[in-house]
Design a protein around this ligand. Structure first.
Ligand code: DGL
Length: 266
């Protein structure tokens, strides 16, 4: 059977994970779903996010996918346990857990996390760091949901004055607290990693999109076929994919609320 992986996010952020899975050839077929008509997840109620990602998991399962990467920190924070409990026939990877694995390579006593409001409120980062690394580590989480940062990246803009200003608003308070490392706890942020490194040149960064692929236990496949779905406007997303990933991949719309979505089964 051909090896299929599903990757989900609220929008373009998960493309940072898709890129890594594609470049490392981790599957024969990769399915990406961006729930763009409900972007951003970071300010939505927890039960709403759980219900949306449940629909996405069922969509992937209908396609015969057995491994799913939750390439969204917010969804991983509030729905990972919920999904694992309900869908025992699929292997589910959490981007938050991969970030914590990445932290094991450092000996930080004080770490900063840029995340969404919902991820911050879930307290998932401090909880997992204390459980899996050490109770002694101070974890400071800053929400980026309030400004224009995530919306701007969602539009495919990943550099420039606005991005710098918005990044500083979230990151400066953490830098003032003298953090020793920074976790990009939101999948949109790897696309502005270079800007972060330019603004804070000596700050070590954990990019969970690089970490998650280390957890996906699979052999190298030769030809990777990519299928991209969005719940919103596909054409605009296709332009953004081209801008961000420099590839011409087709993007299709899917309506997860339709009962016959599995007609697109291939
Ligand atoms: N991709 C989301 C995350 O990683 C951020 C954007 C959103 O709020 O949906 O948390």
């Amino acid at each position: 059977m051909s090896k299929k992986i599903g990757i989900l996010d609220s929008g373009v952020g998960g493309l940072s994970v898709l890129k890594e899975v594609y470049l490392k050839s981790l599957a024969e077929e990769v399915y990406f779903l961006g729930d763009t008509s409900y972007f951003p997840y970071g300010i939505k109620p927890v039960d709403f996010i759980q219900s949306r990602v449940s629909k996405i998991v069922r969509f992937f399962m209908d396609l015969g996918i057995e491994e799913i990467i939750i390439a969204c920190n917010t969804a991983s924070a509030v729905a990972y346990d919920y999904l694992v409990e309900r869908y025992k026939d699929v292997k589910i990877y959490s981007i938050v857990l991969s970030a914590i694995e990445g932290m094991k390579n450092f000996n930080w006593r004080k770490v900063g996390v840029l995340a969404t409001r919902r991820t911050l409120e879930s307290k998932v980062y401090p909880k997992l760091v204390h459980e899996r690394i050490s109770e002694e580590v101070e974890v400071l989480v800053k929400s980026c949901s309030e400004g224009m940062l995530l919306e701007t990246i969602e539009r495919g803009i990943v550099d420039g004055e606005l991005i710098e200003e918005e990044l500083k608003k979230c990151t400066d308070p953490l830098i003032k607290e003298k953090i020793e490392g920074l976790i990009l706890g939101c999948t949109h942020l790897p696309f502005v990693k270079q800007v972060i490194s330019r603004l804070y040149p000596n700050m070590p960064i954990i990019d969970p999109s690089q970490e998650i692929i280390k957890l996906v236990n699979t052999g190298k496949e030769k030809n990777v076929k990519v299928h991209i779905f969005v719940t919103g406007e596909p054409q605009e997303f296709q332009y953004i994919v081209k801008d961000l990933l420099k590839v011409e991949w087709n993007v299709e719309n899917v309506d997860l609320d339709r009962s016959d979505v599995s007609v697109i089964k291939r």
